[in-house]
Design a protein. Structure first.
Length: 435
């Protein structure tokens, strides 16, 4: 039998001992041990091949064949200017450029009492004990292990019990590979105390050939609520393989939105464990895929406690020879009675060469539940196009209106006040000649 892994000789992996002293938390013995353990795991497991069920639709051989090095501290002025225009200019923000916090572009003052927002490098100096559990190298797959070994700056957000964070915060990741292919491994941690409230807007941008391998761990205490919105608009030659892992205690609520338009090969793995009763995990998203792009959204929601709810609604638009993947799994444990779980993926194919693979799954061990899943794929409705054109709207505009309306069904899953940035993203994608 052929191996279920892809070996890769990344230069930065071989240089681990030389690099580790410059990585965040170098003086912490337990973290150095954790890094070595994570690297040993990655070397043992390597990259997953398509023979691994969860990766059957996504081929990492192009990633393995690229010689990624270590990024420099340099980021272009043009990229910095793009970052400066994102979101609310007066909101607190943390900018991470090529794996290092950009202090000049970040603005961390004015946060309310009980809120800690720091880059990972600084948080390991001041809150190391609070981060130990989240940085356990035993958590996750080989890609998470690689992130654990080469963990760079990301954001750490800690909220005390009962605190409401206003306004929203902006997190921006920049990648500049002007000097050749580089690998980035941001690590993010969010820990919310009982009854805390916050909104995080996360954006990923870049230029050149690079690999971004971020891991985000989110822990929601009883009664807390997090709105977590992510825009993945990486450069057209980038690889973006991201993981977000959420744990919800009693009555906690997670509302996420994922917009994916960038990258040559992109995958977002979104997992959640509903560990306490009456918690809710809701995630929606839109993936807009054009020529030469591959986009994979994989979700894994585990209902381990009763009375919980989960809702997943994704809309994909694929043009030219774009390839999309949606894999969604919901597991309901034997004791998780009164679970309400819904999952839906709709794909719109704008070209005969576009392709979508969908694999929704339900694994239910309880008998008093309400669960549903579904997946559809098709092209634009010719009767709707005719209706619009019959009223004086030209064909190109009519197509754009229908595509925009299709995606907006996913945007309706989040608060109206939060939709504007994603509306703009869709319009920009269509203005670029898609559709």
């Amino acid at each position: 039998m052929k191996p279920r892994r892809i070996t890769a000789d990344f230069p930065f992996v071989g240089a681990f001992e030389q690099l580790r002293e410059d990585l965040p938390g170098a003086p912490l013995g337990w973290l150095q041990d954790a890094r070595r353990g994570a690297l040993a795991r990655f070397r043992d497991e390597a990259l997953p091949s398509r023979r691994v069920e969860e990766w059957k639709y996504t081929d990492l051989r192009a990633l393995a064949d690229t010689e990624f090095g270590v990024p420099s501290a340099d980021v272009s002025d043009a990229l910095r200017q793009r970052a400066a225009g994102i979101g609310d200019p007066g909101a607190p923000r943390l900018v991470v450029a090529n794996g290092r916090v950009d202090h000049d572009a970040s603005r961390l003052d004015g946060l309310p009492a009980g809120v800690t927002l720091l880059p990972m490098s600084r948080a390991l100096e001041t809150h190391a004990d609070a981060l130990k559990a989240s940085l356990d190298p035993a958590n996750g797959d080989a890609l998470a292990a690689l992130n654990g070994a080469f963990m760079m700056d990301g954001y750490v957000l800690l909220l005390d019990a009962g605190v409401t964070l206003e306004p929203d915060i902006e997190i921006v990741f920049l990648a500049d590979a002007a000097g050749g292919p580089v690998a980035l491994h941001p690590r993010n941690v969010v820990v919310m105390g009982e009854g805390a409230r916050a909104t995080v807007n996360e954006t990923h941008l870049g230029d050149g050939v690079y690999w971004s391998n971020p891991v985000t761990d989110i822990s929601l205490a009883p009664g807390s609520a997090l709105h977590h919105y992510k825009t993945q608009a990486e450069g057209g030659d980038a690889f973006h393989l991201a993981q977000a892992r959420v744990t919800l205690q009693q009555g906690a609520h997670y509302q996420g939105f994922l917009a994916m338009t960038g990258g040559r090969l992109a995958r977002q793995t979104q997992s959640a464990v509903i560990a306490g009763p009456d918690a809710a995990f809701n995630v929606a998203g839109a993936y807009l895929v054009g020529a030469g792009q591959h986009c994979d959204i994989t979700t894994d929601v585990e209902h381990a406690a009763g009375g919980g709810a989960s809702r997943q609604v994704f809309k994909g638009v694929l043009d030219d020879d774009g390839h999309g993947v949606f894999q969604g799994k919901v597991t309901v444990a034997r004791d998780a009675q009164k679970t309400d779980a819904h999952q839906l993926n709709n794909a719109l194919l704008l070209s005969d060469a576009a392709e979508i693979d969908a694999k929704p799954e339900l694994e239910i061990y309880a008998d008093d539940v309400k669960c549903s899943h579904g997946a559809t794929a098709g092209d634009l409705d010719e009767s709707e196009l005719f209706y619009l054109q019959a009223r004086g709207i030209d064909a190109a505009t009519a197509r754009r209106l229908l595509v925009s309306a299709f995606v907006r069904a996913a945007l309706e899953e989040i608060r109206e006040a939060d939709r504007a940035r994603f509306d703009t993203l869709v319009e920009d994608w269509l203005e670029a000649g898609h559709g």
